[in-house]
Ligand binder design. Structure first.
Ligand code: G6P
Length: 609
């Protein structure tokens, strides 16, 4: 999704802006641009379709420098990726970057065209810069013009605005799209994500919905939607994680797959004792709220939605608590019937996904008991707006295809499910068994990442295929869904997942020798049924690739390749079997030569609807 960086300093900020853009590349984008106010008071605009490296090449041919600047990576929504549609957009001596979607842009465009403004792009964004220009022309200063302009906007926005007429001012605003202010010493910055600014500061102000901030060399003034000056807390980020560092790995995705043993351990740390989930694991307020929970509604998007689907099995089995799981973009637009005592749970890596956030805001009007978010980014919008939060400790995830965020979500969800199950009568011996398994998880994760070279060999059978089918039963069905999503995201091979019992109700018609069928087959109570389903595939000439432990009793033969995985406790199987499926998609993508970390058309942080 679009990314914003801006800076006002006593030094040339062009390299800070470019480094910020590089650090935002992981969000997914198709063009980049920068605008700097030079020492002659001229706005210098450079923008380019393609990667930040293409923008850098353009800057190398036509350098620009300045103490004040804004920059942007664009993920096209209105208007194709092109130089013209890239941000910043300009109107006279004003330049602007935007993340979000202006829903009433057509009406505003018509109105501005009638006033004589000419449009250079097909974007919704360009109306905002002309609107601000018209308000400045009417006598307002930049801050007042941005405030008045935002009052006319419907939709979502984070904005960064500069003007050649006000060389010591950077204005930013947020409503529906994330924006932070980074605080330096006599210099200040803005960005969509603190990661973009970690090279220059670790102190941040997180703007609230409707806030407009005026950053000058003298300080920062934040006003809320009503125009009142407000004080927003400054938060210091811990940790020295350098997202720009791939270490010895070829891709971020690969690095993130191999980090899973450590981040799973970090997510468990301080939350489990020898035999039980610790009372403080979900925070003090959870101990008041969880006893009231009669039902759970989980809402998420993409991979996080798959984590929710897994949790449903655990909640209903261990806690006996009914659970529904729905994608955020659906639930937010239907009239959901809410029973008393229903806990609303969101799951999100970024904490900024527009649909999930909108669903949470709507839930607050609908009589849910309380809200809990399982999230990876402290201080993100979902965390700030939920009553309870349980953080995953995955660290920043850069690869667009989610890996370690997913497995740590499953770990956090398992802690939540066990805590709720204990309140609902889970026997202590069963809790001890589940917790004992969790203690073994980091080591087992390590063993599962050790399947890498075996999976690499297997991947060769997929690289030339056009379609694949993933099968699982019970709690492994969502894992099959996640395996299929990974493969399609990064290798562009069409992949579908089915509960194996549904094969004969449709997908079997597709099975032939050209359609590899991937099977997640842990040694559980559904194994016998699964084996019968696989016979149906074999009988139609389908080629099977089965991930199973030796105890499951599979043997490789013609048309059946068994990828043997370590034996593991049943409660951990969904978490562990995810790993070889991640590795499979990674190696297939390598063979196909696709852009593993930034697959085409996709974005990491989906901050528009
Ligand atoms: C995008 C990402 C996915 C992610 C989904 C939900 O589609 O590419 O990896 O699962 O958004 O994002 P969230 O941050 O809410 O987990």
């Amino acid at each position: 999704m679009c990314g914003i960086v801006g800076a006002l300093a006593q030094r040339n900020v062009s390299e800070i802006l470019l480094e910020g853009l590089r650090r935002l590349e992981y969000r997914g984008y198709d063009s980049a641009g920068v605008c700097l106010l030079d020492s002659d008071g001229q706005l210098q605009l450079r923008k380019s379709r393609g990667k930040v490296a293409d923008l850098e090449a353009r800057l190398a041919g036509s350098p620009a420098a300045g103490r004040l600047g804004i920059a942007h990576t664009r993920w096209a929504t209105h208007g194709a990726p092109s130089d013209d549609n890239s941000h910043p957009h300009m109107s006279g001596d004003i330049a602007l970057v935007h993340n979000g979607i202006i829903e009433n842009y057509r009406a505003l465009r018509t109105q501005l065209e009638e006033q004589g403004y000419q449009f250079a792009s097909d974007t919704d964004t360009e109306v905002v810069v002309h609107l601000i220009h018209s308000l400045v022309a009417g006598g307002r200063n930049l801050q007042a013009a941005v405030t008045a302009a935002t009052q006319q906007l419907d939709g979502a926005y984070a904005l960064g605005v500069i003007s050649a007429a006000e060389p010591d001012t950077l204005i930013c605003a947020r409503s529906g799209s994330p924006l932070v202010i980074g605080i330096g010493i006599e210099e200040n910055f803005i960005a969509s994500d603190p990661l973009a600014l970690r090279q220059v500061t670790d102190r941040f102000i997180y703007l609230e919905e409707g806030d407009i901030a005026e950053i000058t060399t003298g300080g920062i003034a934040v006003r809320d939607r009503s125009g009142e000056e407000v004080s927003r807390p400054v938060k210091k980020l811990n940790g020295s994680y350098d997202a720009a560092d791939k270490g010895r790995y070829r891709h971020y995705m690969q690095k993130e797959i191999f980090e899973q043993p450590q981040v799973v351990e970090a997510t468990l740390a301080g939350r489990i004792g020898d035999k039980s989930v610790l009372a403080q694991a979900l925070g003090a307020r959870a101990n008041e709220i969880l006893p009231e929970v009669q039902q759970v509604q989980i809402v998420a998007c993409g991979t996080s939605y798959h984590a929710g689907l897994v949790a449903r099995y655990w909640l209903e089995d261990w806690a006996g608590v009914p659970c529904s799981v729905e994608v955020a973009s659906e639930i937010r637009y239907r009239k959901a019937a809410v029973r008393p005592g229903t806990l609303f749970v969101t799951i999100s890596q970024s904490g900024e996904t527009a649909d999930t956030l909108a669903a949470l805001r709507q839930a607050k009007e609908l009589g849910y008991l309380a809200s809990l978010t399982i999230c990876n980014v402290p201080n993100s919008s979902l965390v700030r707006e939920s009553e309870l939060s349980l953080m995953t400790e995955a660290g920043p995830e850069i690869g667009v295809a989610s890996t370690k965020a997913f497995t740590t979500q499953l770990v956090a969800l398992q802690l939540f499910c066990i805590a709720l199950a204990r309140i609902n009568g889970l026997p202590a011996a069963r809790e001890a068994e589940l917790v004992d398994a969790l203690h073994k998880l980091p080591d087992l994760m390590e063993q599962f990442t050790g399947l890498d070279s075996r999976v690499q060999v297997t991947s060769e059978a997929f690289a030339e295929k056009i379609h694949t089918l993933f099968l699982g039963r019970g709690v492994e069905y969502p894992i099959a869904l996640e395996g299929a999503l990974k493969l399609k995201e990064i290798s562009y091979i069409h992949a579908e997942a089915y509960p194996a019992g549904e094969l004969k109700h449709g997908p079997l018609a597709l099975v032939d020798g050209d359609m590899p069928v991937v099977v997640v087959a842990p040694n559980d109570e559904l194994l016998g049924k699964l084996k019968s389903n696989l016979q149906e595939v074999r009988a139609r000439g389908g080629e099977l690739f089965v991930f199973a432990s030796p105890e499951a009793g599979f043997e490789s033969e013609s048309g059946l390749t068994v990828i043997e995985v370590p034996d593991a406790p049943e409660s951990l199987a969904p978490i562990l079997y995810t790993v070889p499926l991640q590795l499979l998609s990674y190696h297939v993508a390598l063979l196909k030569g696709t852009d593993v970390d930034q697959p085409r058309n996709l974005a990491k942080s989906v901050t528009v609807e």
